[in-house]
Design a protein around this ligand. Structure first.
Ligand code: SF4
Length: 347
């Protein structure tokens, strides 16, 4: 999931942006031609947006269809631009694997990172303490998992992949909001192959097990430490404990919308004498909350809103399980990471 913000650039930027990835554009062109689509939508996370102008040009040249680029931020397959879907015959959503069943005119095109992972996995094997480890990664590296298992085997380590299912399309894949492939395994340790701290933190918090990171981009290996995050979250719950008025944030994004959960939390808070109100919005940003007068918020949207972006907000933002701790509905014995089970279903 790409979250870094960037602006669209020139075609040379576009080429360099996609040079590290394999994108099955031929399949997309084939599908556009076979479907007879005259208008095609293009949507991508910020990290791939620089490639969109060149891609749009190629698609227009090869198919004769008119291309419309989604200019809104896109954080995952949960975040299909439904408005654009209605404007076009076919939509290409780049960089993410499908979650559940979405609009039937959307084609998900995964951007597969070309970078080999063998070397970094060999390096990470030195940090692993077990002979049986769960192996996990994000969608960009899923196609290289065989390479990882082989590299581990050569060092006498059995690598296991948890099964696909629910929001997760491939064995071993994790999402920022779903660690089912890790939780399904009976192992004492995990290897996470990928960049950033959020996913390995999620695995460690969802399983309470040790996680070693192998970053194929930097070539660095490390072990995740959950303590700083847990301290921050405990601090947020304590600050929210002083609040009397809470906003429960509900996302409009098709794969982040958890209205039932939000209404349950609202009732929970009201039963404890708190003033609770529901706020329905698309992109959750600090400015949107400024004038509402809430003293604290609970985000039922992507868990990254509360866990990754908390420092941007003036008020404490909790995840649903953290709010349950606050109102005494759940004990802080073991931290419960907020995972989303809902799929996208568009009828
Ligand atoms: S809800 Fe899940 S899939 Fe969507 S942006 Fe967040 S982590 Fe990614």
């Amino acid at each position: 999931m790409a979250r870094a913000h960037s602006t669209a650039g020139s075609s040379s930027n576009s080429d360099s942006c996609l040079s590290g990835y394999d994108l099955d554009l031929d399949r997309a062109v084939d599908l556009i031609q076979k479907s007879g689509a005259r208008r095609v939508g293009l949507q991508a996370p910020e990290g791939l947006k620089r490639a969109l102008l060149a891609l749009a040009r190629q698609i227009e040249e090869k198919t004769g269809a008119e291309v419309i680029i989604s200019g809104d931020p896109c954080f995952g397959a949960c975040d299909v631009d439904m408005e654009l879907c209605r404007e076009v015959d076919l939509m290409l959503h780049l960089g993410h694997a499908q979650i559940g069943v979405g609009p039937d005119n959307v084609i998900f095109l995964v951007a597969r990172m070309k970078e080999d992972i063998r070397d970094v996995v060999e390096k990470a094997a030195i940090l692993l303490k077990s002979k049986r480890v769960g192996v996990t990664t994000t969608i960009q590296h899923v196609h290289k998992l065989d390479q990882a298992l082989e590299a581990l085997k050569e060092r006498g380590i059995e690598g296991l992949l948890g099964p696909a299912g629910g929001r997760v399309k491939y064995p071993g894949q994790v999402l920022g909001c779903s660690y089912s492939t890790a939780r399904a395994l009976d192992v004492e340790e995990y290897l996470f192959i990928g960049t950033g701290q959020f996913h390995p933190l999620g695995i460690a918090l969802a399983t309470c097990k040790r996680v070693v990171i192998a970053d194929p981009v930097t070539g660095e290996v490390s072990e995740i430490d959950t303590d700083p995050m847990l301290r921050r979250r405990f601090g947020a719950i304590s600050r929210a404990g002083k609040a009397k008025r809470f906003a429960i944030l509900v996302s409009k994004k098709p794969g982040q919308k958890r209205m039932e959960l939000a209404t349950r939390l609202k009732a929970l808070g009201e039963a404890r004498g708190l003033e609770m109100f529901l706020v329905y919005l698309d992109n959750i940003e600090p400015d949107r909350l400024l004038n509402l007068g809430a003293e604290a918020a609970v985000s039922t949207a992507c868990p990254r809103v509360a866990l990754d972006d908390a420092a941007k907000y003036r008020i404490p933002i909790l995840t649903p399980p953290e709010f349950e701790v606050l109102v005494g509905e759940r004990e802080w014995v073991e931290y419960r990471f907020d995972e989303i089970e809902e799929l996208i279903f568009v009828l």
